[in-house]
Design a protein around this ligand. Sequence first.
Ligand code: FES
Length: 160
Amino acid sequence: MSNEKNTDFDFSKIDEILERHEPTAVIAILQDIQEIYRYLPPQIFPYLAKKLNTSEARIYSVATFYENFSLEPKGKYVIKVCDGTACHVRKSIPILTYLRDELGLNESKHTTDDLTFTLETVSCLGACGLAPVLTVNDVVHPEMTPDKAAALLKELKEEK
Ligand code: FES
């Protein structure tokens, strides 16, 4: 990591988070950091290691063990399309395909270059009665179709 990158990064927010937690509460610290940045920026690993008096490898292993932590930047709007059984049989795939095509994303590219949208799939959002379901930043949108997804996308783009 270059020094330049480190100088650019504002560690004061990380310090505020560290003040709120015990040094052993690595998961809670990472959760708070992710809440601010929507992912875990690479700069935080050496910084936390020093501040928490532990190794970068240990913090990294916690970050990679829990699938809720992301090491990649996420968009302002995180769209999760459910592809659990109930949603799948009610045609979640055409919705996913529509969104991927529209946003220029695919199975390996999940986030638009302008960091506006991240598109992910999940295995069940716990709202099977409303299938097919997607969420935008954890807000549930029930009984979706590609047309409804198009209207939603338009709304989000206008909001942005
Ligand atoms: S399978 Fe989609 S909400 Fe449960």
